[in-house]
Write a protein that binds this ligand. Structure first.
Ligand code: TRP
Ligand code: SF4
Length: 400
């Protein structure tokens, strides 16, 4: 069965925090069991805003991959790689730039939003305008069906879909398409080829949609077909020509509800984070110095959990019994705040213990991480090269 492919990338922003873990990484870890997954470090995307100070990007990338591994992303199940180590992304980005209307790029909401948000930085650059296009290249080069992203990234996936459609429309009629499709039919073997032809005729003469579904089921059973032939056979079936680039769908990653140390959402820019591999002492210290309900000036003053950021963390980490203990104890001044914080500290340390342990292996031997990335890049490049062969051919750039 032809499995759907998941792809996602993350800009290397340095050490990840528990918000990333509860938001994005847990999701990746679930997905890696269900689909073939490609996860990559979007280091070129980091350059679009950090072009004036690129020195830290490599280290941030490696630290981030260690965090992925620490969280339980499994390099035996998912392909992990670094964008800039797969230069085919740049070639696709360039080729698509020829046919991308400027107005499409200027219309993407993040373009103006980010320029306003990072007002201190000159983002009137070619590279920054092309941010969504580079992201489209990342997605389309793997013919990814499913792209897990946060809400802010959805316009980029929509942009990618429009671009794929435009591309296929412009270049989808590869020269010699019919001949190549007929060759591909032969590769199905005589029995399946006959079935396929039968279904194709049924659809093209009678418009029978069931026939399409049946033919697709036949194709799904065939293992040895190249991606290019498969696309041709899909196109030939419906008479649409070849679908060179696949329109992706997105999987919305729910915004992390992980609260930070001050009760706002955990975020590096609020300076309220606990990193995934923060030391035990530091976790303890940070939670102990969290603000609490201001009404509890003295130990004997009762408080209200709803007004306290520590309670937000109990909602994430504590069971019903513990939560009841907090509610009761806080409102009656039966417990002190230091006491109340302890179960949260314990729960965070318990969550982090296996992460710290997994990370240690990679910190002790950084070549392990390098090898994982090198293997991942090689695998990713195989897919990417296959797509680029089709793209070059469609655009008349084969030179053989
Ligand atoms: N732009 C994404 C972000 O900031 C990162 C990213 C780059 C990405 N390329 C991608 C995500 C391709 C999904 C697919 O979060
Ligand atoms: Fe917050 Fe707990 Fe103190 Fe109540 S007892 S104010 S919930 S830390």
């Amino acid at each position: 069965m032809y499995a759907e492919r998941v792809l996602s990338g993350m800009r290397p922003t340095g050490s990840l925090h528990l918000g990333h873990y509860h938001g994005v990484l847990k999701n990746w870890i679930e997905l890696q069991h269900e689909y073939p997954c490609l996860f990559f470090v979007a280091d070129w995307h980091a350059l679009t805003t950090q072009y004036d100070n690129p020195q830290g990007i490599e280290k941030a990338s490696m630290d981030m991959v260690v965090d992925w591994l620490a969280a339980g992303v499994d390099p035996n199940q998912a392909t992990l790689f670094v964008q800039s180590r797969v230069p085919e992304h740049a070639e696709l980005h360039l080729l698509m730039s020829m046919m991308t209307p400027l107005s499409w790029l200027e219309r993407v909401p993040t373009y103006k939003d980010q320029q306003e948000k990072l007002a201190g930085k000159d983002l009137t650059t070619y590279g920054f305008l092309g941010y969504p296009l580079l992201m489209s290249a990342d997605i389309l080069i793997y013919r990814a069906d499913k792209v897990p992203v946060g809400e802010d990234q959805i316009p980029h996936v929509e942009f990618t879909r429009e671009l794929a459609r435009r591309f296929n429309h412009m270049y989808g009629r590869e020269p010699g398409f019919e001949d190549k499709a007929r060759e591909a039919v032969k590769k199905l073997g005589s029995k399946k080829a006959r079935l396929y032809e039968e279904m194709r005729t049924r659809f093209q003469q009678n418009g029978d949609r069931d026939a399409i579904e049946q033919a697709k089921a036949v194709l799904d059973e065939v293992q040895h077909l190249s991606m290019a032939d498969r696309e041709r056979l899909f196109g030939y079936l419906e008479g649409t020509g070849k679908m060179i680039l696949v329109e992706p769908g997105y999987l919305l990653t729910e915004a992390s509800k992980m609260p930070g140390l001050d009760g706002q959402k955990m975020s590096k820019s609020y300076n309220n984070t606990i990193t995934m591999r923060e030391s035990e002492e530091s976790v303890t210290k940070k939670v102990r110095s969290m603000p609490t309900d201001p009404a509890r000036v003295r130990r004997t003053d009762p408080g209200e959990p709803a007004k306290c950021p520590v309670w937000q963390l109990h909602l994430v980490y504590s069971n019903d019994g513990c939560k009841e203990w907090v509610q009761q104890g806080c409102r009656t001044a039966g417990i002190g705040c230091i006491e109340c914080k302890q179960p949260v500290i314990d729960a965070i340390l318990k969550e982090q213990a296996p992460m710290r342990e997994r990370a240690q292996v990679y910190l002790d031997d950084p070549t392990l991480v390098k090898n994982i990335i090198a293997d991942g890049c090689e695998k990713a490049r195989e897919y990417a090269r296959e797509t680029m062969r089709d793209v070059r051919e469609a655009m008349g750039l084969e030179y053989h």
